[in-house]
Design a protein around this ligand. Structure first.
Ligand SMILES: *[C@@H]1O[C@H](CO)[C@@H](O)[C@H](O)[C@H]1NC(C)=O
Ligand SMILES: *[C@@H]1O[C@H](CO)[C@@H](O)[C@H](O)[C@H]1NC(C)=O
Ligand SMILES: *[C@@H]1O[C@H](CO)[C@@H](O)[C@H](O)[C@H]1NC(C)=O
Ligand SMILES: *[C@@H]1O[C@H](CO)[C@@H](O)[C@H](O)[C@H]1NC(C)=O
Length: 445
């Protein structure tokens, strides 16, 4: 049914109640030698809205801002559009952008969306066209880097796509193509290097055919990169998916991937390597090893209700592709989640939900600490924690009530992971959780 409720929003909508975040403890839990927390918190973000293939007049492109301190001033601008909003602690404010923000085709663009705040915020983008909704948690400017590896779902139909945006400093960008892409009407094939020069706050969107995974982006100055698919389908109808990617320098070595528990077929976890990498992984009970080359992407088939645990000799990128599924009530569509590594787990997340969806959080916590996870300061009831083979972690899923506009999920001392997703009839969305802990704000690139 989509989130038609959002279409009535013309300016912005105030959601949420005031809730405070617990002070982070610098102790953390044992075993967290390097805590590189909260890549999501910051004061400046840039993003773009890639092509959402679904035709039709109903669309909504928006950013949802969460604030962690009183009366935060936030400005969202693109082209001649600018909206200033004030966001209070624990509030989510939704800013709807002009429809012209969507980039259609393979080309350079000046429609880069800029978000600036006077205090720390987290920001999420949402792209909606009839029955095709997707969300992406944004990484702030200090997290941006110079080297990325694209990952796109390997759907046979439709256009895989990615977007590269320059920040304040103009940048040349080299795109080392995997698969086949088109740019300004010309084809580029596997092994070709496509060079693009981006003026400040301009971007390039590249679309192709097949699988563009493993395409390497190297830029002179830091850039933001999104990757996804205009319209991917596996088990259900076609649906737009995307996430913002992290640069190679902030990839992690240990990942726990909880499964979307309604899937009766196979979801896919993509593991990207940037250099020769030894990977050990557990698919449920099955342990295997792989050696990857730089630019190689290992697709792992997720068994129904079975988590995946990955450790690597050097940093890898892990992206979860939910392929959609038929449930008893309805069939939900594809979505993409950029999975956080264990070293970036956080003590507190703000979990918001989308109108018109059944909304869930997937949680990963240390098995010995899982019972202490709280929701809005109350013990989290009715979560069945299941151990993840090979690791010290357990996973669980929790349906978010839509009584409060935003929920806070916390642990007093042991960092954990939170992923958000939602299902609806012929629709779906997913992204990583918003960590609002400033204590661990750390940028590596
Ligand atoms: C964060 O990660 C970087 C790069 O992986 C590492 O050099 C640094 O020591 C880590 N910082 C903390 C606080 O753990
Ligand atoms: C938004 O705020 C900025 C900085 O305070 C100001 O320069 C700008 O004119 C404001 N824009 C609008 C549309 O109010
Ligand atoms: C693209 O840049 C690379 C490295 O800077 C260079 O070797 C190559 O010749 C350039 N290609 C084109 C078509 O300009
Ligand atoms: C994978 O590698 C680890 C470490 O070298 C080893 O202990 C394990 O037996 C290997 N597993 C398989 C299935 O070969």
């Amino acid at each position: 049914m989509g989130n038609q409720g959002l279409l009535h929003v013309t300016g912005f909508l105030l959601l949420g109640l005031s809730q405070t975040f617990p002070q982070g403890s610098t102790q953390g839990a044992s075993g967290f030698g390097s805590r590189n927390c909260t890549k999501t918190l910051g004061r400046e973000f840039i993003t773009s809205f890639m092509e959402n293939w679904i035709p039709g007049q109903y669309s909504s492109f928006q950013v949802q801002i969460t604030s962690y301190s009183a009366s935060t001033s936030v400005s969202v601008s693109v082209g001649s559009f600018e909206k200033n909003v004030s966001v209070d602690q624990g509030e989510v404010v939704q800013v709807v952008l002009p429809r012209t923000v969507e980039i259609v085709g393979s080309k350079t663009f000046s429609n880069t969306v800029r978000i600036k705040a006077d205090k720390d915020i987290t920001a999420m983008s949402l792209s909606y066209k009839g029955l095709s909704t997707e969300t992406a948690m944004l990484f702030p400017v200090p997290v941006l880097g110079n080297e990325y590896y694209i990952v796109t779902p390997s759907s046979s139909a439709g256009d895989p796509e990615f977007s590269i945006m320059a920040h304040r400093e103009p940048s040349t960008v080299e795109i080392h193509v995997k698969g086949q892409v088109t740019y300004q009407g010309s084809p580029y094939c596997e092994g070709d290097i496509l060079n693009v020069t981006l003026p400040a706050f301009q971007g390039v969107q590249i679309q192709g055919k097949g699988d563009l995974s493993g395409t390497r982006i190297v830029s002179q100055k830091t850039v933001a990169v999104l990757a996804g698919h205009a319209c991917t389908s596996e088990n259900t109808k076609c649906h737009h998916v995307f996430e913002q990617l992290l640069p190679v320098c902030s990839w992690g070595r240990t990942y726990v991937i909880p499964p979307v528990p309604f899937q009766t077929k196979h979801d896919i976890v993509y593991v990207s390597a940037s250099q020769p990498t030894a990977v050990q992984y557990w698919l449920g009970r099955q342990q295997s090893n792989a050696s990857l080359e730089g630019g190689q992407v290992l697709p792992l088939e997720v068994e129904p209700s079975s988590p995946v645990y990955i450790t690597a000799s050097v940093g890898v990128q892990v992206v979860y592709y939910s392929t959609g599924s038929d449930m008893a009530m309805y069939a939900y569509d594809t979505f993409l989640i950029n999975v956080p590594d264990v070293a970036s787990y956080c003590l507190s997340y703000s979990a918001n939900w989308q109108v018109g969806f059944d909304n869930y959080v997937l949680l990963v916590a240390r098995s010995t600490e899982a019972e202490a996870v709280t929701l809005d300061k109350q013990p989290l009831r009715n979560v069945k924690w299941t151990k993840v083979r090979g690791s010290e972690f357990s996973w669980g899923v929790y349906p978010l009530a839509t009584d409060l506009n935003m929920h806070i999920v916390s642990h007093p001392s042991s960092p954990f992971a939170l992923l958000s997703f939602g299902t609806a009839n012929r629709d779906g969305y997913g992204t990583l959780g918003a960590c609002g802990e400033s204590e661990y704000k750390f940028y590596c690139c």
